[in-house]
Write a protein that binds this ligand. Sequence first.
Ligand code: FAD
Length: 467
Amino acid sequence: RKADVECRMLVLGAGPGGYTAAFRSADLGMDTVLVERYESLGGVCLNVGCIPSKALLHAAEVLVEARHAADFGISFGNPKIDLDKLRAHKEKVVGQMVKGLAGMAKQRKVRTLTGTGKFISANELEVEGKDGKTLVRFEHCIIAAGSQPVKLPAFPWDDERVMDSTDALELAEVPKQLLVVGGGIIGLEMACVYSALGSEVTVVEFMDQLMPGADKDLVKPLADLLRKRGVAVHLGCKVTEVKAKKDGLHASFEGESKPERSKFDRALVSVGRAPNGGKLDADKAGVKVTDRGFIPVDRQMRTNVPHIFAIGDLVGQPMLAHKATHEGKLAAEVAFGEKKEWVARVIPSVAYTDPEIAWVGVTETEAKAKGLKIGVAKFPWAASGRAVGIGRTEGFTKLIFDEETDRIIGGGIVGVHAGDLISEVALAIEMGCEAADIGHTIHPHPTLSESVGMAAEIQEGSITDLY
Ligand code: FAD
């Protein structure tokens, strides 16, 4: 069968990994085709992930700040929330970004094909779109088909009151009682949004801490503030069944700490994401896919088939947009012939909750489990003039050092803008900095970024008494 389209590079999936790979590949001069099943480019991140969630979190932050302002003598009336306008704002933000991407693709002469792609052979992909099937023959391929929410079978998914993250971002209504199943980053971000908008939120988490993966001390200020704002948090608790009835969703729980309430108006199930690797007929191209749907790759993002690469959520954790973009760029460059491999030492994680939680490199929990000899320096934001000034002293900045070399190997920050502040720690780890390198770097005063310098100075011993 004759191919309808021939190209040097085919990228399957237009999320942050895929569009970055396609743009880099085109910039390097490769004739590039980008296949995406939806009309809009940007994948989960832009359409139903990072960007819309942050637009809504900003609205939540404004609401919380406005209430908070009463503490220093500025009172606003009761906020009026126009849900249609808020939804329209979120859609405008997404639309603007999607339009930008389409423009960038056009400018680079990346050919986009809308439809669902499946492999036919190691050099052919069939794309099924509205107008029929298109056969694309490629020299190189980068698979960037991402992931989707895990759908627990205990939930009646055909009822619209049972939501995954995509549904929750739709903002159909502000439910009076919202059950959030899963206290990870996505669940807690949405808990912050809905709680600020006026829902009574109950979070249940199976593990014994919220946001498993982050150090417990980092999560505590968030948990405390959530509870203070009326969010009920139940750890070590499992939802066993949810029945959809006319008057609400009736949930049964198991575990030490169970919610008293069993009836909810809506439920958000945010228990993780599953890779899409198993849905591409990858075996027809000879590409190995694990039972769980991940595609194994080497340090150059190559699958077991040398001219086929895979990137982003479907190659493994952490499922984060900035990991996907980094991998996308690398895969395109390697396919072009550059002799490169994955060199990033660390990938930062951020929860854009209120307060934000950010961490990078080795956590204290991991260090202890691995028996690493570490030093830990913690700077409490109660001692930061800026944090006191903005009334947000619940945060702290923590640096983790290798005891022998004094090099920074990890760090965590909890507090407002922690996500923006963590990059300095990531850079310090990448550059092999010691405490003194950061301590001797002059940080502007009064900023929250000073807290990183202060933590380093505590480690160095040049600050011993904070008060
Ligand atoms: P995706 O973004 O999943 O893109 C894959 C694309 O491939 C999709 O567009 C899909 O339609 C397409 N596709 C799949 N199969 C086919 C096929 N057969 N044919 C054609 N097209 C196909 N990460 C962060 O770093 N920061 C955040 O703040 C953040 N917030 C998030 C909030 C939420 C609510 C969610 C759900 C996720 C969030 N993430 C965040 C995670 C982030 O969205 C993902 O890590 C990122 O989108 C992964 O990029 P990707 O390119 O691997 O795949």
